[in-house]
Design a protein around this ligand. Sequence first.
Ligand code: ADP
Length: 497
Amino acid sequence: MDHILALDQGTTSSRALVFDRQGAVVALAQQEFTQHFPQAGWVEHDAQEIWRSQLAVARQALLRAGLGAHQLRALAITNQRETTVLWDRRTGEPVAPAIVWQDRRTAAVCDALRQRGLAPRIQRKTGLVLDAYFSATKLQWLLDHVPGARARAEAGELAFGTIDSWLLWNLTGGRVHATDASNAARTLLFNIHTLQWDEELLSLFNIPRAVLPHVHPSSGVFGETEASLLGAAVPVAGIAGDQQAATFGQACFAPGMAKNTYGTGCFMLMNTGDTAVTSRHRLLGTVAWLGPHTPAAYALEGSVFMAGATIQWLRDGLQIIKSAAEVEALAASVSDTQDVYLVPAFAGLGAPDWDGHARGTLVGMTRGTTRAHIARAALEAIALQTADVFHAMGQDAGVPLRELRVDGGASRNDLLMQLQADYLGVPVLRPALTETTAFGAAGLAGLASGLWSGADELSALWKLERRFEPRLPAAARKAKLTRWREAVDRSRGWDRG
Ligand code: ADP
């Protein structure tokens, strides 16, 4: 029983990975599922399709690993966060499509609450910015728009959950309705200081307590899977939201350690230890994870909306590269951008600027500007946006960060990672294991089930693949960041809509 099965339920696909005691991936299976866009700004998933695809890849991964479920030490879950499911406790049927984190239908509700001056109080309790992104207003919307839902919820007939709860419920044959603290921390209903659902927030968002799952430690046994599903009962022993799981998988166990994931967007999280820091730079405060016998570990989180997506735009929009991987050679064919900056505010700016009216801006071009300069400016933009978040984090935490651990698709780009080290002024560390999210969940389950003894053993499994040292002198770095901020200023407030 030396293996952990980790379910990695993402926004576009369901994946399952089997890890061994050394942290190696023994088998992997993946299935995409359908995205529904019923109206402008709406994004929905079919929760049943998510469950079916997740179960299918779990079985497939076991088959590929040549393992029976009875040979598993434990099962772990990591998931797309905030996405909201409401289902019937008796039949197990969702009462409506799941509302995905990207869905903006409740933005006006959040604006109205903000106008009542409630945002600071909500931030102090939850660590979060009052936004449609989080679960509370999505759940409220379901209760108010699905016929009969509110009355049934109040009578205890309905269950709410983020995707982890929904999977856990199904895996345990409807016996366990629970979530972990890292997922609860993304609902706007959970007080991250007391680690309890918050009465005041429940009444503010008009959510009946009867729909809520129990909140458990992220590392600990939640229940056992229904034996018929995988062939034997397996303890579900670890759950965490995807970004928190990746932080755990990157072994960022000590306060001040941080990771950045370079995917479509970037997600940076820094461990702030047992202190929930209230950000002064519009970063998010969140529970990183909660152990069975340890105090909660907290994190600061900042995201960049357009990271790898900027490279997709070079490929699909501008068509100056054929594949994302081509950007590196093209950008490296020039030694600098000749003072050209691309501010990829295509969907506004995220942390720390939070300007919904900013728009994409390309400044500084001359007759000598080529696609190579633009490609290089795109890579620089990813690294510079990350540097802004990184420095805001350091200021919020009151300690400068000493290094950054990286993962995600675009972290394979060596030039990008070198630029990143240059603009941060600290080393960038890329690990050998790229499946940090699933491994983080496996780590939480492995600790709870005794496969690994503690953080030290997990830290030892984290292996460096390549370390990028900053090469840019401090003065040049400062000048670069200042020039970048000038470019950012030119992008702001462009959209008048
Ligand atoms: P996600 O999980 O958000 O789908 P991934 O971690 O799979 O993202 O990373 C894919 C993203 O990384 C895409 O946006 C792609 O454009 C970008 N990407 C992939 N390879 C490279 C590369 N070599 N250089 C820069 N960006 C890349």
